[in-house]
Write a new protein. Structure first.
Lengths: 180, 166
C-alpha cells in the first residue's frame, strides 16, 4: 500500500469497514507482534498482547486522528502501554524457549566464543534486559529500520534525544553481550 | 563487531507471528465489535491459544505413557495384554485429539466452552501423567490402563461437546 492508499484505508476503517481494518492488520500486525515479542521474549504472551493491541485499535479507531505521523505510531503507542501494563501485573516468567536456548548455549561452550556471544539468540535474550525506552529505539531503528524522525514521533521525543538513546542502547547491548 | 550486531538485529525482522494465530485473532477482533463483548472475546482468544497447545501436549503425554508401558512389558511379570490394550486406547486418544484440533481451528468458541475444554484437557493430562508415572511398576499396569481409559473418555466427551457446539 502506498501512502495515499493507507490514508484511504484508514478513513474506511474509521467508518467501521472491517475489510479496511483487515488490510491495516495485515500490514502492521507482523511488526507490532515482533516489537512485543522482542520485549517480552515469550511467544504466547506476545500473541496475547498483540491480540489486545489490535482489539483495542479496532474498538477505538474512531478516536484516531491523523496528526502527520504514520498510523503505525498509534499502534506502537498502544503496544507500549500494553507491554508496560503486562510488566506491572506480571514481573517474573521463565520462558520454556529461553530455558531451551540456555541449555543449547551450554552445549556450545567449545565453539567459537565470539560467534556464540554474538548469536541471534543472545541478542534476543539481551534486548529485554535493556531499559524500556532503549528496547523501543533498538527495535524500531535497527530491526524495523525506521528513521530517527519517525521514532521521535512515536516516542514523543526529539530526534536528538532518540540519537542519544540509540547510542546508549547500543553501548549497553554490547556490554550485555560481552558479559554473558 | 558493530557490523555483526547490526546484521543480527536486522535478522530479527524475520520473526513472524503464526499465520493461523493471526487469522483467528483477526476473526475474534471483528466478532468483538459485532457483539460488543470485548472482554468475552479477549478471554476466548486467550483460551483458544492455550487450548491448542494443551491438546498438543496431551498427545505427547499419551506417547510417553505408551513408551513407559513398552518398557514395563520387558520387566518380570509383564502383562502384554494390558500393554496392547493401553496402546489401542492411546491410538483412539490421538484420533480424538486430531478431531478436537480440527474443531478448534474451524469454529469460534465462547469463554465458557473454552474454560470447560481447558478443564477437560487438564484432567485428561493428569490421568495420562499418572499412567506414565506408575506404568514402570508391573504391579500397577492395570491402574495405569484405567487412567488411560479415563483420559480417553474425557477426551471423547469433550470432542462430542465441541461437535454439538458447532
Amino acid at each position: 500500500m502506498i501512502d495515499g492508499d493507507i490514508k484511504n484505508t484508514i478513513k474506511s476503517a474509521i467508518k467501521g469497514e472491517a475489510s479496511a481494518f483487515g488490510l491495516l492488520y495485515d500490514k502492521y500486525q507482523p511488526q507490532i507482534y515482533r516489537f512485543i515479542y522482542l520485549k517480552v521474549s515469550h511467544r504466547e504472551e506476545a500473541e496475547d498482547l498483540c491480540h489486545q493491541v489490535f482489539l483495542s485499535a479496532w474498538q477505538n479507531i474512531k478516536s484516531y486522528e491523523f496528526k502527520g505521523f504514520p498510523f503505525s505510531s498509534w499502534l506502537y503507542s498502544i503496544a507500549r502501554n500494553k507491554v508496560i501494563d503486562h510488566y506491572r501485573t506480571k514481573k517474573f516468567f521463565i520462558d520454556i524457549e529461553t530455558v531451551y536456548i540456555t541449555e543449547e548455549n551450554d552445549k556450545k561452550t567449545n565453539e567459537s566464543i565470539l560467534d556464540f556471544k554474538i548469536s541471534l539468540e543472545n541478542v534476543k535474550k539481551a534486548i529485554p534486559e535493556l531499559p524500556q525506552i532503549e528496547q523501543d529505539v533498538i527495535i524500531m531503528r535497527f530491526v524495523e529500520d525506521m528513521s530517527p524522525r519517525e521514532i521521535a514521533s512515536i516516542l514523543n521525543k526529539s530526534e536528538g534525544s532518540i540519537r542519544l538513546i540509540q547510542h546508549k542502547a547500543i553501548k549497553r547491548l554490547k556490554e550485555l553481550l560481552n558479559n554473558e | 563487531m558493530n557490523k555483526d550486531l547490526f546484521t543480527i538485529l536486522k535478522e530479527l525482522k524475520n520473526i513472524q507471528p503464526d499465520a493461523q494465530y493471526s487469522k483467528h485473532s483477526l476473526d475474534l477482533i471483528f466478532l468483538s465489535k459485532e457483539n460488543q463483548q470485548s472482554k468475552f472475546i479477549y478471554t476466548g482468544a486467550f483460551n483458544w491459544i492455550k487450548l491448542h497447545r494443551l491438546s498438543a501436549t496431551i498427545g505427547s503425554f499419551g506417547i510417553l505413557a505408551i513408551f513407559a508401558f513398552i518398557i514395563a512389558s520387558y520387566l518380570p511379570g509383564n502383562k502384554n495384554g494390558l500393554v496392547a490394550e493401553a496402546n489401542e486406547i492411546n491410538s483412539s486418544i490421538q484420533i480424538r485429539l486430531d478431531e478436537i484440533q480440527y474443531q478448534l481451528n474451524n469454529q469460534l468458541i465462547s469463554t465458557s466452552t473454552a474454560i470447560n475444554a481447558q478443564n477437560s484437557l487438564n484432567e485428561a493430562t493428569k490421568n495420562l501423567l499418572n499412567a506414565f508415572e506408575i506404568s514402570s511398576n508391573p504391579e500397577k499396569i492395570k491402574d495405569a490402563v484405567d487412567n488411560i481409559k479415563e483420559a480417553k473418555d474425557i477426551i471423547a466427551e469433550l470432542n462430542s461437546r465441541l461437535k454439538e457446539n458447532k
